[in-house]
Design a binder for this molecule. Structure first.
Ligand SMILES: Cc1ncc(COP(=O)(O)O)c(C=O)c1O
Length: 446
């Protein structure tokens, strides 16, 4: 074996430092260096690290029952978590399935959508429509519907066919003099035209991130967008899947980001802040009509994994949910997000390389551009965000790179999304380190 060690890292030439501990909003390296977790890892750790109440709940679950296979048993933890999530969800989202992460949630949602139409006698509905520069996960079907070109490139010959429409990305694509509502209607008309081109009876679902994350960098849709999209989906009998894996579970100041959009999707994908990093867990919430169709049809879900509805993961997510509720952390995320946004606009708003500061709740995107007037991205494609990330780590802070935002290859945004427990003074510290890291990185590409 080489001196690299046996573990395969994302960056095989530059393995990451060891994390040895965590404490609230900080991660602690093996060398003792503290990192302010300004992005909750990949927008995951909503309660920060080593939260005692979550650890206690997991410990209790482990001592009771670590695992029982879902084909043989259910568990109290999974049943309770499903009841709580569905109880908190609006509309008819009254069923939940638990998987092991975000990509699995998207795969499951796609397969449930497909099964719904098969059970209803509409087996021609096999097509999925998504938006360009979206990210829905790394497994092959999720990657197929995510239209982030840089991430798809190597695997393109292996991907499923999937249709793409324009992202809802006002900073770059709203026309001069075009109002928000007009822009939303234009995008909805494009979706309708795409459904018609595909053949309306062949489309199963439209999938979209309610607030776009990993590839656009915390981009909210124009106000009327999701209402218009909902109308189009209803007109053609197409299911609407909201991917809230990154933006949901309180991150944007609402438990479900779609509530602010005035719609209820048919399927909702969750992960990340669902388990807060304490256990690998994702979820699909489904409208009752979908589960009724399957129950009254074959009666068997066609999809499954060994770790569906894992009791320990469910207990962790349940504890996260209860702490978030008990400590009113979603309202706190709204307040801290407003504060951070204000600081960033004050410190960076006029900077010639800061094109846009955006987001919702504790989900903030900062897009960096070479030319502010022309909104021209930096070159070489997508490397600046990586440099910001490295500079931030040198300064003892984590931020999340969203590269390729402009067109799937070019464009640099960073996401700031700290744990909901962050204090006001820590917000000041986080903002100062972020600004310094951005300036460090810009100096290297100047
Ligand atoms: C919106 C969205 N969907 C899906 C995924 C995939 O989730 P996972 O990495 O847990 O498989 C991500 C991950 O960043 C995401 O942001």
């Amino acid at each position: 074996m080489s001196d690299r060690g046996a573990l395969i890292h994302r960056n095989l030439r530059r393995p990451p430092p060891f994390a040895a501990g965590g404490e609230g909003v900080f991660l602690i390296g093996r060398d003792g260096k503290k990192y302010l977790d300004g992005s909750s890892g990949a927008v995951v750790s909503c309660l920060g690290h080593q939260h005692p109440d979550v650890l206690a709940a997991m410990d209790a679950q482990l001592r009771k029952l670590a695992f029982a296979h879902n084909a043989f048993f259910t568990s109290e933890a999974a049943e309770t978590l499903a009841a709580k999530l569905c109880g908190a969800a609006p509309g008819n989202l009254n069923h939940a399935l638990f998987v092991s992460g975000g990509s699995e949630a998207v795969e499951a949602a796609m397969k449930i959508a497909r099964q719904f139409f098969v059970e209803r006698g509409e087996p021609k509905r096999v097509k999925f429509i998504a938006r360009r520069q979206s990210y829905h996960g790394a497994t092959l079907a999720a990657l197929s519907v995510g239209h982030h070109e840089a991430r798809r490139e190597m695997y393109r010959p292996m991907l499923l066919p999937a249709e793409a429409v324009s992202p809802a990305y006002g900073y770059r694509h709203r026309g001069e003099g075009e109002g928000e509502e007009q822009y939303a209607k234009r995008l909805a008309a494009e979706l309708a035209a795409t459904i018609e081109r595909c053949g309306a009876d062949s489309v199963a679902a439209f999938i979209a991130e309610t607030v776009s994350g990993a590839s656009l960098g915390a981009v909210t849709a124009p106000a009327a967008y999701f209402r218009e999209v909902r109308k189009v989906c209803d007109r053609y009998g197409v299911l609407l899947i909201a991917d809230e894996i990154m933006c949901g579970m309180g991150r944007c100041g609402q438990r479900f980001a779609f509530t602010i959009e005035g719609i209820v999707p048919d399927l909702v994908c969750l992960a990340k802040a669902l388990g807060g990093g304490y256990a690998p867990i994702g979820a699909v919430l489904a409208d009752g009509k979908i589960i009724d169709a399957i129950t009254n049809g074959s009666g068997m879900l066609g999809h499954g994994h060994t770790y569906l509805c894992h009791p320990l993961a469910a207990a962790a997510a349940l504890a996260v949910h209860e702490v978030v509720e008990r400590d009113s952390l979603i309202a706190r995320a709204r307040r801290r997000g407003a504060l951070l946004g204000e600081i960033f606009r004050h410190e960076l708003g006029d900077h010639p390389s800061v094109g846009d500061i955006r987001g919702r709740g504790l989900f903030i995107g900062i897009e960096l551009v070479r030319d502010k007037t022309a909104k021209q991205p930096f070159t070489p494609a997508g490397q600046l965000t990586g440099i910001v990330q490295r500079c931030a780590m040198e300064r003892g802070m984590l931020c999340y790179p969203a590269n390729g935002c402009a067109d799937g290859r070019n464009g640099d945004a960073i996401i700031i999304a700290p744990p909901y427990i962050i204090s006001e003074s820590q917000c000041g510290d986080l903002a100062a380190r972020t600004v310094a890291a951005i300036f460090d990185a810009l100096n290297t590409v100047a």
